[in-house]
Design a protein around this ligand. Structure first.
Ligand SMILES: C[S@@+](CC[C@H](N)C(=O)[O-])C[C@H]1O[C@@H](n2cnc3c(N)ncnc32)[C@H](O)[C@@H]1O
Length: 237
């Protein structure tokens, strides 16, 4: 690593003081080596350790935010997971990895106000009837037992055909065939350390999510996926 960063340069890049950077070097939290003078040289593409990340400030510590606490489902009293929208911070992370989102295949006009995909399919203009001929996809499909299997099969078929990059957000149902298929075909997966508090169309968090989630990555830039998503949980490549 002849062209590494000095502690001062790396500290400036990570917006920490030099002592913190030195601590990260000596505990192996950043990739670094000592030169012949005994000074640390840090890999110029080093990852900032998890506790210093800006996204973390955006991820709510608890779903029970008294200012945003909403209700379960589309309307008070229902549990319709069709309207469990992805919170913006996870959309921003996905855009960071993908560059932009060309297509959200399972969505609606309301959901796309948050997702901001160039194009989306909906119940009226179904993902099962249209081709996914794009470069990037963000997908958070409906969770109903009948549709999820079909949705993942459709995704894998279309990904194989058009070879787009994608981030796929699903519940962590490791025991299901569709989850195993995603594991088998994806390039990487992140298991967030907290359950996601999904949003409703009105921007309120939906309470009562009893499942954890997983983000799957399809594409060639696993380094970028790991850099961005390891901020919220373990990433396996
Ligand atoms: C869990 S929500 C996710 C919405 C959005 N993708 C997001 O991440 O916020 C699933 C969405 O899929 C839509 N949907 C259901 N069946 C569909 C179909 N056959 N084709 C396209 N979208 C569909 C629902 O109306 C709902 O908006």
């Amino acid at each position: 690593m002849s062209k590494g960063l000095t502690v001062k340069q790396a500290a400036r890049k990570a917006k920490v003081n030099r002592r913190t950077m030195q601590g990260w070097c000596s505990t192996g939290r950043v990739s670094a080596q000592k030169n012949e003078k005994g000074q640390w040289l840090i890999d110029k593409d080093f990852h900032i350790p998890t506790s210093r990340v800006s996204y973390r400030r955006l991820i709510p510590e608890s779903s029970a935010n008294v200012n945003k606490l909403g209700y379960v489902g589309k309307v008070p009293g229902s549990r319709d997971s069709s309207s469990w929208f992805t919170p913006k911070e996870y959309i921003d992370m996905s855009k960071d990895v993908l560059g932009s989102i060309d297509l959200d295949p399972f969505s609606s006009k309301e959901a796309n106000r948050i997702v901001g995909a160039e194009k989306f399919f909906s119940e009226e203009n179904s993902a099962f009837d249209n081709e996914w001929d794009v470069l990037t996809v963000f997908m958070n499909p409906p969770y109903g037992a009948k549709i999820i299997n079909k949705a993942i099969t459709r995704f894998l078929d279309q990904q194989y055909e058009f070879n787009f990059d994608a981030v796929v957000l699903v519940n962590n149902c490791t025991e299901t065939v569709w989850f195993q298929n995603l594991l088998h075909c994806s390039a990487a997966v992140c298991f967030p350390r907290k359950r996601i508090s999904f949003w409703n169309a009105d921007g309120k968090s939906i309470s009562g999510n009893t499942r954890g989630q997983a983000f799957f990555y399809f594409g060639n830039n696993c380094t970028k996926f790991k850099k961005v998503f390891s901020l919220i949980g373990e990433v396996l490549l």
